[in-house]
Ligand binder design. Structure first.
Ligand code: CS2
Ligand code: MG
Length: 405
């Protein structure tokens, strides 16, 4: 049995604490495959792309032909690449790998060649407006068993800062149809962050892996300066120092600092990573499994990155659904040059809607041994949480001009 023809492809929207878009593919044999199609703040664009354009093309296709379907949808778009297209293709790819695993009776990582490690190292987030609060949050993460923690601190004079929440958990997308506006001041950030992170390092001692995300906000020379200033902190990585559009600028950053760099959560294809990898301008490729075109695409990225000693360390905030998290962890378990998996965690009811075999214990993830991806969606429960519009914030400088959030 190979899985047979696809008889239905449907899109589900649910919001158990935050919005998720899910693709459900059913075969003639009644096998169901699940794919994550969530693109934070632009959910309905991907839902429409799937419903209007891809689902009708999927019905009647052989579910077993994963790579052919990927090529068909990618090359067939003509208007290829871009986050909406690639998230939709990624969702299809995940659902078809799920079906293939279920038909074979094997977890997806076995289909990818089997485990190359026993478990997948994960990092989680710690945030604090004040350094003391941040150190407490780091301690809470290490008490949960994490050996790697992303640290984001408040900046004096700013009321909102990327990555730092007002409540117990940080969730950037806000409900409503108009985005929240934040004020950003790079000079204040650069004045404060090296000292704040040095205090965190003094608090933790040398062993703990510390990561920091600059969220696309710096110019090349600012990024170089920050990387250099953070060298004594011994970061595991400094993430998204400059905006994604121009990879060439990373050469300048690299010329000035040996702080490891991680980039790629907003990338959609291998080609956006090509120069960063082949010129060794980054140390970690941060693709998200769905946004980057699925398991098939992430494996290609890992193969290219391996040649240049770059690690693949996928994106994993709460907007990457438990289905995509499962896919990411299956790939991680079976991929030699996997680096680390981000694990931000989810609002409570997400775990009930998406019942998953993957586990996060002692700071490590494991995909479990359930056939397929190992996630089943409770559709009745999902229907009780209807989609509500939510958007990521926008950012302005102190003079009112727009900048990168
Ligand atoms: C982030 C994300 O996890 C990360 O590294 O940069 O929190 C990002 O801001 C969100 O995924 C946006 O949807
Ligand atoms: Mg990031």
């Amino acid at each position: 049995m190979t899985g047979g023809r696809i008889v239905a492809a449907e899109v589900l929207l649910t919001s158990p604490g935050r919005n998720y878009v899910t693709l459900k593919i059913t075969t003639v044999d009644g096998v169901v495959g699940w794919g994550d199609a969530t693109l934070n703040g632009r959910e309905l664009a991907v839902a429409a792309y799937l419903r209007e354009h891809l689902c009708p093309q999927l019905v009647g296709r052989d579910a077993a032909r994963i790579e052919d379907t990927w090529q068909y949808l990618y090359r067939g778009a003509y208007w290829r690449r871009g986050p909406v297209t690639m998230t939709a293709i990624g969702a299809v790819d995940l659902a078809l790998w799920d079906i293939k695993g279920k038909v074979a009776g094997l977890p997806v990582y076995q289909l990818l060649g089997g485990a190359v490690r026993d478990r997948v190292r994960a990092y989680t987030h710690a945030t604090g407006w004040e350094v003391a609060q941040l150190c407490d949050a780091v301690d809470a993460a290490t008490e949960r068993g994490f050996s790697a923690v992303r640290v984001q601190s408040g900046v004096p004079g700013l009321d909102t800062v990327y990555g730092v929440g007002r409540g117990p958990a940080y969730e950037p997308a806000g409900r409503g149809t108009v985005p929240a506006e934040e004020v950003w001041d790079t000079a204040a950030y650069l004045r404060h962050v090296p000292g704040a992170l040095a205090e965190v390092r003094a608090h933790t001692g040398p062993g703990l892996a510390l990561l920091h995300d600059a969220h696309h906000r710096l110019t090349p020379i600012e990024a170089a300066r920050l990387g250099k200033a953070l060298e004594p902190v011994d970061l595991f990585w400094l993430e998204d120092v400059t905006p994604a559009e121009n990879p060439d600028v990373l050469r300048r950053v690299r010329a000035h600092t040996t702080t490891p760099l991680a980039i790629g959560e907003v990338f959609s294809t291998l080609w956006e990573f090509q120069q960063l990898i082949t010129e060794q301008l980054i140390d970690h490729a941060r693709a998200a499994v769905t946004h980057g075109g699925g398991i098939s695409a992430l494996r290609r990225l890992a193969a290219l990155a391996d040649v240049w000693q770059v690690k693949v360390s996928p994106h994993g905030p709460s907007d990457v659904s438990p289905i995509a998290m499962a896919a990411s962890v299956h790939v991680a378990l079976a991929t030699p040059n996997h680096g680390i998996q981000e694990y931000m965690g989810y609002p409570g009811q997400v775990h009930e809607v998406f019942r998953h075999a993957w586990t996060c214990t002692d700071g490590h993830l494991h995909p479990g041994d359930t056939p397929g991806l190992g996630v089943e969606v409770d559709e009745a429960l999902a229907a009780r949480f209807p989609y509500e519009p939510a958007l990521l914030p926008v950012a302005r400088r102190r003079d009112g001009s727009m900048t990168d959030w």
